[in-house]
Design a protein around this ligand. Structure first.
Ligand SMILES: Nc1nc2c(ncn2[C@@H]2O[C@H](COP(=O)(O)OP(=O)(O)OP(=O)(O)O)[C@@H](O)[C@H]2O)c(=O)[nH]1
Ligand SMILES: [Mg+2]
Ligand SMILES: [Zn+2]
Length: 308
């Protein structure tokens, strides 16, 4: 099933059609449909329920809200696509890898646009350190590396492509599909930013029977994750932390701290930044929740005062 606003494109037995959530689902929705969900239908066109998810790719909703936005559901393999132009940024990759750890989908970093460089070994090595070796280098433009990538999609499983606008997700998907199915867009020369060509999420089937979800480029990726997921994305720092001589070490200047001594400083700064960000999110949610609670009681008291 793919999501485009309030209508959802459902597919079964080779056919596709639109369906809308039932009134009941609208009012009780603890699970609102997302791309990749399995749903139950009534009279073909009404979505009655969303089946439990195996994985969920989520971020904090962009803007001022404090809630979770599920970008895709039941994703087995998360392809984190990065262009080897200005898009390449190890710190941003760490953010995506934290998202992957939280989602429970297996991550695979796809370094795209290798045709822009004579040698990509340094990019591949650096990235391999971040993601435990789960990296492939490809050119969606020339097709180099794409066969190796295609072999990672198992029939019956679901993959999703995530990354910045202009990273080449749709171009890559067209290459895997063997035809131009997805619209692609030029990267602006001035600042090498993409233009948000893909505007909604789409679920497609590859020739071998694997499902793939193409996602619009993310302008901001604010995490919606448990601090433990940061730890999973920074396994070597967690290992060092276990060797720290202080039990509650903050790894911020304590003499003899194993993390300060052993960790890559850029990785450590990134690790601490993501932790701070999640702690901040948690505080905001607490404030938000207590404000909502206050408002609720105010309304109840008001209603009681106005009772005849
Ligand atoms: N040189 C080079 N350019 C590429 C490659 N892959 C994609 N591009 C170009 O990058 C631009 C953006 O590609 P898209 O596939 O539209 O990017 P996207 O990630 O789908 O972008 P959004 O849909 O906006 O999220 C296009 O001009 C592509 O031709 C590649 O391997 N090499
Ligand atoms: Mg696209
Ligand atoms: Zn320490």
């Amino acid at each position: 099933m793919s999501a485009a606003r309030e209508r959802f494109l459902v597919s079964a037995a080779g056919a596709e059609w639109y369906a809308t959530p039932s009134g009941h689902l609208r009012h009780t929705a603890n699970l609102w449909p997302a791309t990749g969900d399995w749903v139950t239908l009534r009279d073909r066109a009404i979505i009655e329920a969303v089946l439990p998810r195996t994985t969920a790719i989520s971020r904090k909703r962009a803007g001022t809200g404090f809630d979770e936005q599920v970008l895709a559901a039941n994703v087995d393999l998360l392809l984190i696509v990065t262009g080897l132009d200005h898009d390449y940024n190890p710190r941003r990759l760490e953010r995506y890898l934290t998202l992957a750890a939280e989602s429970r989908a297996a991550p695979l970093v796809v370094l795209n646009k290798i045709d822009l460089h004579d040698s990509v070994a340094t990019f591949v090595d650096e990235t391999a350190h971040l993601c435990g070796g789960n990296v492939v280098a490809v050119s969606a433009r020339t097709g180099e590396g794409c066969d190796a990538l295609a072999s990672r999609f198992a029939p019956g499983t679901t993959a999703a492509l995530i990354g910045s606008s202009g990273a080449g997700k749709s171009t890559l998907l067209n290459r895997l599909l063997g035809r131009d199915r997805m619209r692609t867009g030029e990267v602006r020369e001035s600042d090498q930013r993409g233009r948000h060509t893909t505007t909604h999420r789409e679920l497609l089937t590859l020739p071998n029977g694997a499902f793939v979800i193409d996602m619009p480029g993310l302008r901001e990726l604010q995490l919606w994750a448990d601090p433990e997921s940061v730890g999973e994305a920074f396994a070597e720092i967690e290992d060092l932390a276990r060797q720290c001589r202080y039990r509650d070490c903050q790894h911020q200047g304590e003499p003899g701290c194993a993390v300060m001594e052993g960790a890559d400083p850029a990785r450590l700064a990134s690790y601490q930044k993501l932790h701070r960000e999640l702690a901040h999110l948690e505080r905001q949610q607490d404030v938000h929740a207590s404000l909502a609670e206050k408002r609720k009681w105010k309304a109840i008291h008001k209603a009681m005062r106005h009772k005849p």
